[in-house]
Ligand binder design. Sequence first.
Ligand code: GLV
Ligand code: MN
Ligand code: MN
Length: 447
Amino acid sequence: MCRFFTRAEAANIRAMKSPRRSTVKSNGCHVAINKRRLLRDLNAVSRIGIGDHGSVTRLVFSIKELRSRQFLIHQMRQIGLQIHIDRIGNIFGRLNGANPKAPAVLAGSHLDTVLHGGKFDGTMGVIAALEAVRTLKEQKITLPSPVEVVCFVGEESSRFGFSTLGSSLVAGQVHAGDFANATDSQGAKLEDILASLGIYRGNLRSLRRNPSSIKAYLELHIEQGPILEALKKPIGVVTAIAAPTRFKVIVTGQADHSGTTPMEMRKDALVASAELVVALERICRQYSSMEKGRVVGTVGAMKIEPGVINAVPGRAEISVDIRSITATAKNRVARLVEAKILAISRRRKIRMDILPIRKEDPVTLDKRLVDLLKECCEAKTIPYEIMPSGAGHDAMQIAKIAPAGMLFIPSRRGISHSPLEWSDPEEICLGTQLLLDAIIRANNEKI
Ligand code: GLV
Ligand code: MN
Ligand code: MN
């Protein structure tokens, strides 16, 4: 059945019971998803962009990513959802409610991945939302308000360094000039790709969705960290999302002969960069405890020129990503890192330019939706943990224009952005069932 599941896991999936019909209680908790269908679709999407060791690569605006979006559109058509695709390619599949004009409950995530990533990051949230809405349709359940399955374009920053692209545009959070430093490793400019889609500095706001058209946004996601597994809890209810401050540092030294240039006469761009990498780690460690804001900092990409064994590196380009749940702690660390860059540059007499990419504030999720998600777990006596998210998500953008809530399921060994990313199929099904319960409750209740 499933290429990604082992034989034993596939057998377990086949044996799963999937009641096709069941009575609807007012809180919706007796409407059951079809587990096999959910895992079948998840497996099908995971094959798009599959690479070595079970890795998945669907970089934003790549053919593979487009194919995954086509798969979703096809599934939405089969269900008979009303499909709307905006200019950047965000997909909204709508199941109308008794009052088609009422604000909709949205559920979804993203289908793009990092380079050599896993099968579940984002994908699970989209396919879970699809299964939830398909269940409603199949069981002929008409809710008061519309429900929409959403797939946002370009949540991952792996290609352009710019995260939550589609949801930021929907939330009206992108401003002229924000893409100025967003280029991929081949030199392609995000601004040029957007222009080819008819999106320019002057019309960025045209993709913004009217906030009054959204009653709530719900996102199911893998935790991407080790907490739930350590606590042996199958569900996390998310309260806040850490947001990044990101910039590039361009180090301009002097390319030179590696055999003839004396050590004291060099302007080695890579050595200056290495100093910065170590300094970033040291500064972030000073602020990594919970009380100090749990700041994390990463240099995840580095380009060296000329990049040959017999030349002193003349130019380096490195990416810096600093995150925290606390804006003040993150800003303090960013300032310390910037001061360090200046100090390295002066001492080494080497040019180091900082090119800002994005600076965002951490986001608190909607308190009423946190309670609603807790109630969904409690109704089924499912243990849950209340927790913040260290990873970024589309929910952090949508939270700026509408109530947003998130559920996590455990990640095996906490691993994500890796082919080793894995979540238990039973927990995927449980998360999806709770997402459906939450969609129904959010639809019926006052938010
Ligand atoms: C998204 O996965 C992120 O980088 O947090
Ligand atoms: Mn991710
Ligand atoms: Mn994600």
